[in-house]
Design a protein around this ligand. Structure first.
Ligand SMILES: Nc1nc2c(c(=O)[nH]1)N[C@H]1C(S)=C(S)[C@@H](COP(=O)(O)OP(=O)(O)OC[C@H]3O[C@@H](n4cnc5c(=O)[nH]c(N)nc54)[C@H](O)[C@@H]3O)O[C@H]1N2
Ligand SMILES: Nc1nc2c(c(=O)[nH]1)N[C@H]1C(S)=C(S)[C@@H](COP(=O)(O)OP(=O)(O)OC[C@H]3O[C@@H](n4cnc5c(=O)[nH]c(N)nc54)[C@H](O)[C@@H]3O)O[C@H]1N2
Ligand SMILES: [Mo]
Length: 847
């Protein structure tokens, strides 16, 4: 079942946070609000406004974001409010601002159907934006001339579907696009009129492009993409009138992420493929409201409504906020913010709807910082989120479906989410908590109350009013047309796209720069490949189809844990051999400098190059304490955006020598973590309820004594434990005496690939856990393709071969696979192509 269609399940998953807590004890909202306001006030008086901070999230609604931003930048008087969008979109923002003078995405989804070519750069949309990808595939079905090109070091599910895949060397995108500019120059395909009328900086850029370093030979060498493929892409880009370049984290999360964004924008400006139907650079967002956050000014280096910290903007925002304490300079960006917390310069942080101990690089440092921090406030929806254990004060937030307000998507469409579920316990929308603290703080500071909001409507109206400061400026974000919006209009809101006058951004060739011209940007020199040579592997991290971020929404849904059942590191089969590893065994990934390490199961992926390994960002915290990928990523950031380079840390990969390996099911199975170096938790289904299956490994051989002590401690409830290394098993049910079976299992393969089969055989029918285990065994026998209807690869291939199916629709008719959420359709299509027709991937044709 895909993430989307199982949101209902994920909603009821982990234990919900139902009331505020102060130092671990239940407290009333009033106590919590007063405590926060008093402590904020004290710290502010003692150490200044910059000692306070907030770290928020693109999963907040626009109204939540708006009040948080106003509280910090207008009332506390610091711009130390940053967001997890720093990890996600900030390079895109920085490149938009550099090129256009404003953070504007100039493309609409409807352009996808009008394009002649769609280029995906660093985006695995088939998994991460399945609806957009479906739309692209449908557009290709109705227009067979529409080309899809994927630029990604890994042959992803999106790349599998493409007409052309450019498997470039990690972070060599800047070279690849500079090569494109050179090709256009050499072939006379630049749009010289457009360049002359609407851009500036072309001379410097074209000078750089003329250098020998941008010749086809040189680019092929730097990107490691063969010349034929490069030329095919360049030719298509140069000769097709309508090209969309859609890009995501393979672009943003890089040491040169802002430059990557700018060379993509350069290519569109140089060829005049912008501001028109069916073309343009299209940065897509990940989180539901990353765009709304950018609009209100949730990033530390933005003030509000796309304005920066120039005096005129400060004055205008101050007037509308009636702000007593305006921030006058940019605040600390996420990585720097947590550094400042660690140094004790920032004394308080309010974290809202994000999980920085998992999602920021160098997790050990983040944990250290939070332990040291004087005041940590966490607003979350789950009791046990990894971040909750660092909180002094925890506030229960209303979750998806329970709260309402605006979100803006990648194409600037503002929609209103409506609540359809009651609030749980004492949980409250985030805007409410921030406003209440704001009011209490205003009272302590003896300033006029700036947070007297009764509903989301009041806040949105103020956001509209604030945006009117852009009316007499070239900024496109201006919602002042909505100034008469009534509460009833807001309640009945239908999606609206800005600019509200319906004009396509940049269609008049005007940009939000002082002279109206777009900036062509010369990127910094390419990253040094020399330093890469010394290291064994580049660690590429990202997403799996069936999981969401730190798994709080998806990890508790059994159907979603079946595709990737445990922390998994993917390597090319040749790399597995080269590193003297075996598929199925556990491996250690070690950061070369800090020597921090994580453990994950080795799997083959021949879509990866010889120098890279891939691990999803999801497994961490309770799902895989020793596997959180950000334990080994470095805090290297882009110099303009401060966005971490999550896709290219270096790691050494070594085998994990297993001393003992065991699995456990049961309420207290997590207690065995104390004796293990590797643990992972998979939520599985058995007897109509979900059960947690734990896998454990330790480097040392556990003595019988250690073992017995640990299992005794954990035996309060149903528990099954098996130690394959020693060949004995402890089985226990509630009220039963512990049953120890010695020498039951003969283990030949330390890699323990066959764990599940053996357990099933071992426990047999009388044991109630067998169903759970059987389900996992079936999964092991054949890869699950459709999570919604639980259709395996084997079933699909059998159906294709026995029924002679030639289309996806026929398969859907028989097995239903892919007919719910559709996120597995690329996989289903691939199987149809592989097992029936010849692959339709177009061979490279050079003109
Ligand atoms: N299933 C699922 N979907 C999601 C999410 C989720 O957690 N799970 N999260 C959402 C969020 S917040 C986001 S931001 C989006 C992210 O969506 P995507 O950006 O599509 O996802 P990622 O897997 O992070 O990375 C995309 C690709 O970048 C490639 N890449 C790595 N290095 C380079 C490079 O140097 N150059 C190029 N060109 N490519 C490179 C990787 O191989 C990977 O295939 O997904 C959203 N959708
Ligand atoms: N190595 C590596 N690291 C990465 C990435 C990568 O590709 N590789 N990607 C980065 C990207 S693009 C992103 S977006 C981040 C995502 O990383 P995070 O933002 O840390 O991840 P989430 O799991 O989405 O965290 C959301 C938290 O908010 C809580 N929550 C959900 N809804 C609400 C609500 O309405 N209100 C409140 N107050 N709380 C709520 C959830 O319970 C959860 O604890 O990770 C980044 N980190
Ligand atoms: Mo993201």
């Amino acid at each position: 079942m895909c993430k989307g269609s199982s949101l209902d399940d994920s909603h009821t998953g982990p234990a919900r946070l139902l009331y505020p807590k102060i130092n671990g004890k239940q407290a009333s909202w009033q106590e919590a609000i007063d405590t926060i306001a008093t402590q904020f006030h004290d710290i502010r008086q003692q150490h200044g406004a910059d000692a306070l901070s907030m770290y928020v999230s693109g999963q907040l609604l626009t109204e939540d974001y708006y009040v948080a931003n106003k509280l910090m930048k207008g009332y506390v008087g610091t711009a130390n409010i940053d967001t997890n969008s720093r990890l996600c979109m900030s390079s895109a923002v920085a490149s938009h601002v550099r090129a256009f003078g404003e953070d504007v995405v100039p493309v609409n989804y409807a352009d996808l159907e009008l394009a002649e070519m769609i280029v995906l750069v660093g985006s695995n949309a088939a998994w991460t934006h399945p609806i957009v990808f479906r739309r692209i595939q449908q557009a290709r079905e109705s227009n067979p001339n529409l080309k899809l090109v994927v630029i990604d070091p890994r042959k992803t599910m999106s790349a599998e579907q493409a007409d052309l895949h450019l498997p470039l060397e990690s972070d060599s995108d800047v070279d690849l696009f500079m090569g494109l500019a050179r090709y256009c120059l050499d072939t006379g395909t630049l749009d010289n009129d457009y360049i002359a009328e609407h851009t500036q900086g072309s001379e410097a850029l074209l000078d750089a492009v003329k250098q020998a370093t941008c010749s086809l030979e040189s680019i092929a060498e730097k990107t490691q993409v063969d010349r034929t493929r490069l030329k095919q892409f360049y030719h298509w880009f140069a000769t097709k009138k309508r090209v969309i370049t859609l890009y995501c984290q393979g672009v943003n999360q890089a040491e040169n992420g802002t430059d990557k964004g700018n060379v993509i924008i350069n290519a569109h400006l140089l060829t005049g493929k912008i501001g028109r139907e069916g073309c343009g650079p299209f940065s897509i967002t990940g989180q539901p409201n990353a765009m709304g956050g950018r609009e209100v000014g949730g990033l530390a280096n933005q003030l509000a409504v796309h304005r920066g910290f120039d005096q005129a903007s400060i004055d205008k925002v101050k007037a509308i906020w009636r702000a007593p304490n305006m921030a006058t300079k940019p605040g600390l960006k996420a990585v720097d913010l947590f550094d400042a917390i660690e140094k004790g310069e920032v004394k308080a942080v309010w974290i809202m709807a994000t999980n920085p101990v998992v999602s920021l690089p160098q997790s050990h440092k983040i944990k250290r910082a939070l332990k040291k921090c004087e005041l940590v406030i966490v607003s979350d929806i789950c009791v046990d989120s990894d971040i909750a254990q660092y909180a002094d004060i925890i506030l229960p937030a209303a979750g998806w479906g329970e709260k309402q307000g605006m979100v803006t998507n990648s194409e600037r469409m503002m929609s209103r989410q409506r609540a359809f579920l009651p609030l749980r316990g004492e949980s409250k929308p985030d805007w409410w908590a921030v406003s209440k603290v704001g009011q209490a703080l205003c009272e302590l500071m003896k300033v006029e109350d700036g947070f007297d909001y009764e509903s989301e409507y009041d806040i949105f109206k103020e956001h509209v009013e604030l945006s009117s400061i852009n009316s007499d400026s070239p900024q496109l974000l201006d919602l002042s047309e909505l100034s008469e919006l009534s509460a009833a209009d807001y309640a009945q809101w239908q999606p609206k796209q800005w600019p509200l006058d319906g004009k396509r951004p940049f269609s008049d060739g005007q940009f939000a720069t002082p002279n109206g011209r777009a900036n062509l940007i010369v990127p910094a020199d390419s990253l040094s490949q020399a330093s890469r040579g010394q290291h064994q592997f580049v660690l590429n991290t990202g997403r799996d189809r069936d999981q969401w971020h730190t798994m709080t929404r998806t990890g508790f849904v059994p159907a979603l844990t079946q595709k990737e059942t445990e922390p998994t590191v993917y390597l090319n089969p040749l790399s597995i051999e080269r590193a003297a590893l075996k598929t199925g065994q556990l491996a250690r990934l070690v950061a070369p400098e800090s020597r921090a390490e994580i453990v994950a199961r080795v799997k083959e992926d021949d879509g990866l190059g010889l120098h890279s390994v891939y691990l999803s960002m999801h497994w961490a915290g309770e799902f895989g304490a020793g596997s959180g990928v950000n334990h080994v990523t470095e805090s290297v950031v882009d110099p303009f955006s401060g966005q971490p380079a999550f896709k290219s840390s270096f790691v050494e990969v070594e085998s994990f020598a297993i001393g003992s390996y065991f699995v456990a099911i049961g309420e207290n199975a997590d207690k065995l973590g104390a004796i293990a170096d590797f643990s992972s938790m998979q939520v599985t289904e058995g007897e109509g309820q979900s059960r947690n299956l734990w896998r454990y490994a330790s480097k040392s051989m556990l003595s019988k004594q250690t073992w017995t002590q640990a299992t005794d401690a954990a035996l309060n409830g149903k528990l099954l434990v098996m130690d394959t290394e020693h060949g004995w098993v402890t089985l226990s049910c509630a009220n039963d005496a512990a049953l120890t079976v010695k020498s039951f299992v003969q283990v030949e393969n330390k890699a323990f690939d066959a764990d599940v089969a053996q357990i099933t055989q071992l426990i047999g029918q009388p044991f109630s856990l067998s169903k759970t285990l059987k389900a996992i065994q079936t999964e092991a026998a054949s890869k699950l393709v459709c999570s919604c209807f639980r259709v395996t690869e084997k079933q699909i291939v059998d159906a294709i071969q026995t029924q002679n199916h030639t289309t996806v629709a026929q398969l859907q008719g028989q097995l239903k696979c892919g007919s719910n959420c559709g996120s597995c359709l690329p996989e289903v299509e691939k199987l149809v192509n592989q097992h029936h027709q010849q692959s339709e991937q177009i061979d490279v044709v050079v003109k």
